[in-house]
Design a protein around this ligand. Structure first.
Ligand code: PRP
Ligand code: GUN
Length: 180
C-alpha cells in the first residue's frame, strides 16, 4: 500500500502537532459552551478521534454520514443523509469536524441544515483545505493544512474505499489511477 504513494504531504508527526495546536485553541474557544462536536463520516473518523482528545473541556460528540447526490463523477450540490444525529441541535454550539473541504458543497449543505435547525452557532474544523476547487462560499474556522489541487489519500481519506488506514496524507502515483 505504501508503494502506491508518490509523495507524503503531511506525516503522522505533522498531523499530531497540528491536532494539538487546534485542540488547545478549541479548548479556549469552547470553554463553558458545551459544544456538540460532529464527525462527518467516513473520512473524518481519524481526525475526529485525535482532535476530541485534545479538547480539554466539556464536549459532546456525535456522528453524521452524508453522501452527495450525483452521477458518480460530479455531485449536484445536494446531500443525502445516510445517518443523522442522535440528539436535537436547536440552541446548541455546533463544531463540524471534516477531513477535507474541496468544492465546499458538502459543508454548504450541512451548514444550511444546521441553521434551519436553529443552532446557536456552527463552526467548521477541517484537517485539509483545498481552496482552489471551491465553488461554494464556505470558509473553515479551524484549518490544519492547505493542500494543492491534487487528489489526496490517507488518514481517513480514500481512493475507491482504500488508503483510509494510512497514518499520513499523501498523493497517489498516477499509475494507480491508470490501472483502476
Ligand atoms: O467539499 P466537497 O467537494 O463537498 O468534498 C468534501 C467531502 O468529500 C469527502 O467525502 P466523501 O463524499 O468522499 O465521503 P467519505 O468521507 O465517506 O469518503 C470529504 O470527507 C468531505 O465530506
Ligand atoms: N480522498 C479524497 N477525497 C476527497 N473528496 C474531496 N476531495 C478529496 C481528495 O482530495 N481526496
Amino acid at each position: 500500500m505504501n508503494n502506491d504513494i508518490k509523495e507524503v504531504l503531511y506525516s503522522k508527526e505533522d498531523i499530531k502537532d497540528i491536532a494539538q495546536k487546534i485542540g488547545s485553541q478549541l479548548t479556549k474557544d469552547y470553554a463553558g459552551k458545551n459544544p456538540l462536536v460532529i464527525c462527518v463520516l467516513k473520512g473524518a473518523f481519524l481526525f475526529m478521534a485525535d482532535i476530541v482528545r485534545e479538547i480539554k473541556t466539556y464536549a459532546e460528540i456525535d456522528f453524521m454520514d452524508v453522501s452527495s447526490y450525483g452521477d458518480g463523477t460530479e455531485s449536484t450540490g445536494e446531500i443525502k443523509i445516510i445517518k443523522d444525529l442522535d440528539v436535537p441541535v436547536e440552541g446548541r454550539n455546533i463544531l463540524i469536524i471534516e477531513d477535507i473541504i474541496d468544492t465546499g458543497r458538502t459543508l454548504s449543505c450541512l451548514v444550511d441544515l444546521f441553521q434551519h435547525r436553529k443552532v446557536a452557532s456552527v463552526k467548521i474544523c477541517t484537517l485539509l483545505n483545498k481552496p482552489e476547487r471551491r465553488i461554494k462560499g464556505i470558509e473553515p474556522d479551524y484549518v490544519g493544512f492547505k493542500v494543492p489541487n491534487e487528489f489526496v489519500v490517507g488518514y481517513g481519506l480514500d481512493y475507491k474505499g482504500f488508503y483510509r488506514n494510512l497514518p499520513y496524507v499523501g498523493v497517489l502515483k498516477p499509475e494507480v489511477y491508470e490501472n483502476n
